[in-house]
Design a protein around this ligand. Sequence first.
Ligand SMILES: *Cc1c(COP(=O)(O)O)cnc(C)c1O
Length: 584
Amino acid sequence: MPAQAHFESTYERAVQLEQILSNTVPELIKFVNAAEKERSQHIAGGSPFANGGGHTSLVDPLCGSRESLEKTLSSNGFLALNEEGAGAQGLQRLLDSLLRYSVNTSAPGFMDKLYAAPLPPGIAAELVLGVLNTNLHVFQVSPVLSLVEKHMTKAMAKIFGLNGPRSGGVSVQGGSASNMTSIVVARNTLFPETKVEGNGAVKGQLLLYTSAHGHYSIEKAAQALGFGSSSVIAVPVDECGRMLASELERLVVEAEHQGKVPFYVNATAGSTVLGSFDPFENIHKIAREHNLWFHVDAAWGGGFAFAAKPELKGQLRGVGLADSVATNPHKMLGVPVTCSFLLAKDLKQFKEANTLKAGYLFHDDDETAQSRDISNGASKNSDDETPGDDWNEPWDLADLTLQCGRRGDSLKFFFCWKYYGTSGYSTMVDVAYMNACHMSTLVDRESNLTPVLSKGRAPDCLQVCFYFTPAGQFVHELFTESGRINVQEGGVDQTTEKSQRARLGKLNSQVTSGIAKALIPRGFMIDFAPALEGQEDRGSFFRVVVNISTVRETVERLIQEVVTVGTSLVADLKTNAGPVGLQR
Ligand SMILES: *Cc1c(COP(=O)(O)O)cnc(C)c1O
């Protein structure tokens, strides 16, 4: 470094922190406030985008193109890493571009993914975590945060009905990591020999089951853990996306007859696209009969544990029977990303499954060290045991996980829960569901929209899924001279039919994605999902996710916007008539 270069010493950290924060905090408040103002606009009514004008806090239109964004951020010096430090003022300049071109997840129209506006207490906790810089591998360096994590995971375990004396959990990096960890715990508990000898120690292929609508992280984990994707069996679902327990049983029995070894079933509480809840009690029964580890992926729908409405809480009936449950407070519960827990019926299983000797990190007393002996197979049904002689409550929490260093994410959830209270969360979840129902009703009533599932059906979770269908027709449909072909009845020969359906699906998907894209400058970011099996000709559909900060007026506005944008997009299409008959 040149002697003259400007260099901020690291010995004045308090001064620097104060300077940076006092510059940053007002900008952050402004950022959140822009979103709040837009929400107020929604509530007040009126249509700021009616004449192509208006402004949205969602995202700057420049972000529509990666190239132009990169160009802007290069030319204004944002991306430059210089010899000389830019100091607090430099950071201040950065912040302007950073906030301007980022997606504002607090914006009312951010309804794209399963997370949304971060709750303020969680944001504050995030800052506290940064200052503490606590690493939750061992208790000695993380006394309070280890306690908070223990306390929060125990509380969540109880809320889901995991009431055993050794129930609890650990904080993990996300839902995918929670699911993966559950698979490791399952395998190491049921087949302790695999800890040393690997998956090959078990004669016969080890199999995992999840529904056809389950999250892809199960398959990803199966690849990472050496099972391979072919070990993951997708269990068929009913017309609403719920796992068919009878199919699970059939597939498990069939595999056992073939000498394979089913050992794990994942049931989903709130599937990623439709928000469906699997029949947990029935799945548990099959799991018990066939000695499968029963995991519930409640990454998304787990938020319903806080609901006051019995029909929402009821969606989770049977989750308490699980061996492990993954849940992401960073999704429905508005905790800043990431905050995810893997909850356990029996934490001792986690300990025995994951512990490894690492004397430089974990300084156990001899007694605990003995329980690290991997030849101590865990008993799976340990509900009835009371914690006692053979159980030292573990406090060095990393020992129960696949991680070493770990963030104190549970503090963010702790702050939110403290701040709003259990009843605050109940209200938030109930109101969010009421707004999802309201939106679903509006979709049913709107003649240009068609729900993906049947009309009049209340949403299972907070997603509302629908197609844009002007005057009740899909934009691209099959027609002949004599009218519409009902492809289901086989009006055309099989192969032609299949390729025609695929072609139609592609065109209809373009309509959906075109509308989604056109909604962004109008303040709405909504996602879409690929066609359901057997409905390929319809193409992809919108999946709007209502969140705990959504207001009624926002979903009403969104319906109007989809119809406005869709209608003009189809009008454009008609002028440049596409390849497949657009009109009768
Ligand atoms: C989001 C989600 C996950 C993955 O969680 P991440 O924190 O994104 O890794 C797993 N399962 C379901 C059902 C989800 O919706």
